[in-house]
Ligand binder design. Structure first.
Ligand SMILES: Cc1cc2nc3c(=O)[nH]c(=O)nc-3n(C[C@H](O)[C@H](O)[C@H](O)COP(=O)(O)OP(=O)(O)OC[C@H]3O[C@@H](n4cnc5c(N)ncnc54)[C@H](O)[C@@H]3O)c2cc1C
Length: 454
């Protein structure tokens, strides 16, 4: 692979040098908003400016509230500016982790929440005038070896039963759609598609600033004191409000909340150099559906509007102590480069232009962790969106804003459930390494079988 020759001395590849600390979609904004200095009072303080925080702030402002957002870096710095850009609904969720726990009826509502996330974002892109290269192509969950078909069909069946549409595509149907041949069969989900998450989150940022949200960047929340009026402390200032929303997702345990409910998982991505017309033609793929695979740890493969390929996931990592260092995961980038060469043999030689990693938050049942805490129940939080936050963490802004306004939306009610308690470290670290390692070995076995067929 061009730009990806092994460096014998370090075991690294030239592709490793393409690490980008901010991910592949965003740059630090030119109009960085000032750090909070002195005191500010508001109706609501939102901490974290990703999809969840910015959506909450926008929805609250539309209801007439004075909203302050505290962001430790800049809006879009977290997972919202680093993800793969799949706007996906309730098909393909990790049903096996929650169906038995919550029961059929609640599971149906939870799936509806995911599906509504897709239509919510589509509506907001129009309302806020955000152009983020959205391609409403639908999404395909695909198998790369016949051994994956049974599991994929079963997951699709459960999804359909819970109310989320999906259609099985056999080999002939996949070929008729022009899907690259490594993807043998799949479940086509008609709703959603792919977008440029950097453009989406920066569009939300712009809309929030224009709507009058007071956004403070470079302003980490250091501590807060609960009460009827919550007091927040930052390095050079303070903020107070009757409500606090912690939209800090994977970083929430670092604020001393949800430590036994969610853990951060590191997810990685690579982006190729732009494909030439001949390389694009070699793929087919006329509708550019976002493709995810049905491995134990999925691979995601999508084309971008700039004609690059973005691959994510395949390897997940738990960092001891629920830490979230903004550093590279070279082993994951190498695995993704291998997936690129496995799934797209006509592109061998195509270089990697960027590699990055970010953090999702994950609960043992893979469900969102949304609720309120404090004696006054005026501290709201949203986390645990796993790898499905483009739609859901946007929609949650609407639900939290209504909740602050005194209305419990049925979809918020549907998310209320008992999240299983997490193990403490070092047990957690051991269990996660064992579980992720086992998933990797099973996926590697499937990949070896798939390679031997081609
Ligand atoms: C590589 C990757 C690929 C993914 N692919 C997809 C996908 O294709 N589709 C999908 O639906 N989901 C995907 N996800 C998940 C999705 O990106 C997240 O679920 C979603 O962005 C979470 O949004 P959020 O606003 O809750 O959190 P974040 O975007 O993480 O925002 C949290 C913000 O809080 C800030 N913050 C943290 N601590 C503090 C503090 N103390 N004070 C102030 N600010 C603080 C952070 O800087 C950050 O900006 C992916 C994630 C990753 C990492």
């Amino acid at each position: 692979m061009r730009g990806n020759h092994p460096d014998e001395s370090s075991g690294r590849t030239a592709g490793d040098q393409k690490f980008r600390t901010l991910g592949g979609w965003v740059e630090k904004p030119d109009d960085l908003q000032p750090e909070l200095e002195g005191h500010v009072a508001a109706d609501v303080i939102v901490v974290g400016a990703g999809f969840a925080g910015l959506s909450t702030a926008l929805e609250l402002t539309a209801l007439g509230a004075k909203v302050v957002v505290l962001e430790k870096d800049f809006a879009g710095f977290g997972a919202s500016g680093r993800n793969a850009g799949y706007l996906a609904g309730g098909q393909g969720l990790e049903y096996e982790l929650f169906l038995k726990r919550v029961g059929h009826e609640q599971a149906k509502e939870i799936v509806r929440f995911y599906d509504q996330g897709v239509s919510y974002v589509e509506k907001r892109l129009g309302e806020l005038g955000i152009d983020c290269d959205y391609n409403a192509s639908g999404i395909i969950r695909a198998g790369v070896h016949p051994s994956q078909e049974k599991k994929l069909r079963e997951s699709m069946r459960i999804g359909v039963e819970l109310g989320s549409p999906g259609e099985f595509l056999d080999d002939a149907a996949m070929r008729a759609r022009g899907i690259p041949p490594a993807f043998l069969f799949g479940c086509y989900v008609p709703g959603g598609g792919t977008l440029n998450p950097g453009k989406y989150v920066m569009g939300l940022r712009r809309a929030a600033i224009q709507a009058g949200v007071k956004l403070y960047e470079n302003t980490p929340l250091l501590s807060y004191q609960e009460g009827p009026t919550i007091q927040c402390k930052t390095a050079r200032g303070t903020a107070s409000a009757p409500f606090l929303v912690l939209a800090t997702n994977a970083y929430t345990p670092q604020l001393g909340l949800l430590q036994n409910k969610v853990m951060p998982l590191k997810v990685s991505a690579i982006e190729t150099e732009p494909l030439s017309s001949a390389q694009l033609d070699s793929l087919g793929w006329p509708n550019r559906e976002g493709i995810v695979t049905s491995h134990f740890t999925m691979e995601s493969h999508r084309l971008t509007a700039r004609n690059t390929l973005v691959l994510t996931t395949k390897r997940l990592r738990y960092v001891y102590g629920a830490q979230t260092p903004n550093d590279p995961d070279h082993a994951a980038y190498r695995e993704l480069a291998l997936a690129l060469s496995d799934r797209f043999p006509t592109l061998r030689g195509l270089g990697i232009q960027a590699c990055w990693s970010g953090y999702i938050s994950f609960a043992y049942d893979a469900l969102p962790v949304v609720g309120e805490t404090g004696a006054q129940q005026n501290i709201l939080y949203t986390a645990g969106c796993s790898g499905h936050g483009v739609g859901t963490q946007s929609l949650i802004g609407h639900l939290l804003a209504e909740r602050i306004g005194g209305i419990e939306h049925p979809l918020l009610a549907a998310l209320r459930h008992k999240t299983p308690a997490m193990l403490p470290d070092p047990l957690q670290w051991c269990v996660m390494n064992l579980a992720l390692g086992a998933a990797n070995r099973l996926d590697d076995y499937t990949n070896r079988k798939a390679r031997s067929v081609t």
